[in-house]
Design a protein around this ligand. Structure first.
Ligand code: BTN
Length: 267
């Protein structure tokens, strides 16, 4: 058997670094798939346990929020999805995404990222000096009533990618951990530390990680434009609700609660 290269992402190498109760204890590391989130939804239907993870070196139909494509070059980044079997109502799922952003930020700070530069753009983009480092996509299937049968949290992170090689405008808009830290990162170690901090954040729940979310937020206190399904508004991103929705003080003085949408930071 050919031994795995040190930087390979394999279940055995992730297990070497893993220090979690459930996240990543069951894991499949694939070479190629449509989307790791598709794999996890399928595994969930076949009885995979809470915390099950699927990673892929390449996704042929990786998806981002709002139906956008998620593209990543083979082998240098992290693309993975986590199965959660939470006891939650559907309305609480968006707050899982905010917990995920906090968990990712904590792991990256531990690995040496600068806390002033590494910020969370509401709801859950991780940006470094305004450039995108990672994105998070949460999906769920409903059971009886409005309860959540399972949730799948998909995370894509630029790790050892040299963003200078990306075509414009991506070379200006994206950043990788290698760009930030100045050296390559072992993706198995990184994944294990991400899973550790994600597990803590999910178990704590949004009310208990809210302070960390606020500390890491680049959106609160900013003038923003929010694009929702039926309308676009501008105003000051004033506060968060207990479930993590964004409260925007419009220019006419009224307050709009944005549950889901995209925001652009305005100068
Ligand atoms: C976003 O910023 O819009 C979210 C991007 C989420 C991408 C990840 S990569 C792993 C998982 N599989 C997918 O198809 N999407 C998520």
């Amino acid at each position: 058997m050919i031994p795995a290269a040190p930087e390979d992402l394999t279940p055995a190498r992730v297990a070497q670094f893993l220090n979690t109760r459930a996240l990543g204890k069951s894991i499949r590391c694939l070479d190629e798939t449509t989307s790791t989130s598709d794999e996890v939804h399928r595994d969930a239907l076949n009885g995979a346990p809470h915390g099950h993870v699927v990673t892929a070196e390449s996704q042929t139909a990786g998806r981002g929020r709002k139906g956008r494509r998620w593209l990543a070059p083979r082998g240098v980044n992290l693309s993975f999805s986590i199965l959660l079997r939470p006891n939650l109502a559907a309305e609480q799922v968006p707050s899982l995404t905010l917990c995920a952003a906090v968990g990712c930020r904590e792991a990256l700070l531990e690995l040496g990222a600068d806390s002033c530069a590494l910020r969370i753009k509401w709801p859950n983009d991780l940006n470094h000096q305004g450039r995108k480092l990672a994105g998070i996509l949460s999906e769920m299937t409903l059971g009886k009533g409005r309860s959540v049968n399972h949730a799948v949290i998909g995370i894509g992170m630029n790790v050892n990618l040299d963003t200078a090689l990306l075509p414009p405008p991506l070379n200006e808009e994206a950043v990788s951990l290698r760009n930030i830290l100045g050296h390559e990162v072992d993706r198995a170690l990184l994944l294990a530390r991400l899973l550790f901090h994600l597990e803590n954040a999910f178990e704590a729940g949004f009310p208990r990680v809210e302070k960390k979310y606020r500390e890491g937020s680049s959106t609160l206190g900013q003038r923003v434009r929010a694009m929702m399904e039926n309308e676009t508004i501008e105003g000051l991103a004033e506060d968060l609700t207990p479930r993590g929705a964004l409260l925007i003080r419009r220019d006419d003085g009224g307050l709009t609660e944005v549950q889901a949408g995209d925001v652009v930071h305005l100068r």
